[in-house]
Ligand binder design. Structure first.
Ligand code: NAP
Length: 403
């Protein structure tokens, strides 16, 4: 019988037999989940013998939930994640345009998982479109609840859009075309400060030397511009002892003192160049929701694509770890796709639980497997002399490297 993870005095307390809810996911979700589970179970056994063990608890979302309960995202699922504090999920399908709202976005908002955290690093041997993928070693902190993802949008010609258009014209003197769909992009000081706090806390805890705010504040002054300004404000209010801004450094003419963190900001379009041309100058990136979506995938492309990119959505304590790619439906049930993203998300989960030995076992074994060129089709097609393996074959190779 497992026990629940709890929080005591603001600190996560993980028992030796924690109950961890999982959502298998749609499409290729079951394939990558099976692979991930076998790798995690082996790593925990290897690291701790019989003394620690995860008690998995299946919870439902997506197609499996709909078939079983008639609901895409049952309240019981949200309650279970909230109640158990740490959970892991495969990808869930969302129709484009009409249909229901993204279940992923709904879960993040319902559980107030305001920080989307995506570490992006290269594993030696993974084929990459850039010449120096080893220079990529960043963690993206993406605000998860606001911006154009807030769900405040209305289709062209709908009564809501027409009413909003009329309000804009009559009350604010703003003209928008009658046939325009309309959306609202809220960015608040409160949400900005809490994502910046999490990013800075990470930078301090992992002894990083630089943190960068990425925004488009030159154009969207009162949303992204304010985001940038509020990030600086929070840094000064709560991390003033350790943070030095780029402007302060330039005016002093000095180099960054030891133990300090450089805080700078970059406009998003420039930053897309910077992560390619001056990659190793960046370590922790903090940004609003939409920028974060673009940057995490663009950076993942530099280190081998979405198949290797892990992610977590974390609130004050509740944490939901997930593959960052989608359901890749054309490969569903074929035992073909790369489970790396979900496996590395599980590594993040083990680190969050402070089960660092098990996490490290997996990282070492993934690195060794890739070096042996035992990879799934997505990497094999870009790698000379690759030994292409299936989803389950990749997991077996990782386990063999832990043995
Ligand atoms: P996708 O499922 O990520 O797939 C796009 C392409 O990326 C695949 O065709 C495949 O490329 C590659 N890919 C994705 N996962 C891979 C893996 N594990 N291993 C190797 N290659 C992988 O994106 P999509 O087709 O745009 O979205 C499909 C559905 O997923 C949609 O309903 C979308 O809303 C949903 N989605 C969910 C999440 C989530 O749950 N967090 C995130 C994104 C999208 P090749 O065809 O080149 O092999």
């Amino acid at each position: 019988m497992g026990q629940k993870i709890t929080v005591e005095a603001g600190v996560l307390k993980v028992p030796d037999n924690p109950i961890i809810p999982f959502i298998e996911g749609d499409g290729t979700g079951p394939d990558i989940w099976r692979a991930t589970r076998s790798v995690v179970e082996f790593a925990v056994r290897k690291a701790y013998g019989q003394s620690r063990r995860i008690e998995w608890k299946e919870i439902l979302a997506g197609e499996k939930a709909f078939k079983t309960t008639g609901e895409w995202l049952p309240q019981a699922t949200l309650d279970a994640v909230r109640d158990h504090l740490v959970a892991i999920k495969g990808p869930l399908a969302t129709p484009v345009g009409g249909g229901f709202r993204s279940l992923n976005v709904t879960m993040r908002q319902a559980l107030d998982l305001y920080a989307c955290i995506r570490p992006i690093r290269w594993f030696e041997g993974v084929p990459s479109p850039v010449r120096h993928p080893e220079k990529v070693n960043v963690v993206v902190f993406r605000e998860n609840t606001e911006d154009t993802y807030a769900g405040l949008e209305w289709s062209a010609g709908s009564p809501e859009a027409l009413r909003l258009r009329e309000f804009l014209a009559c009350e604010l003197g703003c003209r928008v075309p009658e046939d325009a769909g309309l959306g609202i992009k809220p960015i608040s000081r409160t949400a900005t400060r809490r994502i910046m706090r999490k990013a800075l806390r990470h930078a301090v805890d992992s002894a990083q030397r630089v943190i960068t705010v990425v925004h488009k504040g030159n154009i969207m002054k009162f949303t992204e511009g304010s985001f940038c300004q509020w990030c600086y404000e929070l840094a000064q209010d709560e991390f003033g002892e350790v943070v030095v801004t780029e402007a302060e450094l330039a005016s002093s003419g000095l180099t960054l003192p030891g133990g300090k963190i450089l805080l700078n900001d970059r406009i998003a379009d420039n930053m897309f160049q910077q992560v390619l041309t001056r990659t190793d100058e960046y370590r922790v990136l903090v940004m609003p929701n939409l920028n974060g979506d673009y940057f995490s995938d663009a950076l993942a492309a530099q280190v081998g694509g979405l198949g290797m990119a892990p992610g977590a959505n974390i609130g004050d304590h509740v944490a939901l770890f997930e593959a960052t790619h989608g359901t890749a439906p054309k490969y569903a049930g074929l035992d073909k796709v790369n489970p790396g993203s979900l496996i590395l998300s599980a590594v993040m989960m083990l680190e969050y639980m402070v089960w660092k030995e098990a996490a490290e076992e997996i990282v070492q074994a993934v690195a060794a497997t890739i070096k042996q060129k035992k990879v799934t089709y997505d990497l094999a097609r870009m790698m000379e002399g690759a030994d292409e393996v299936s989803t389950s074959g990749f997991a077996e190779a990782i386990v063999a490297n832990m043995e």
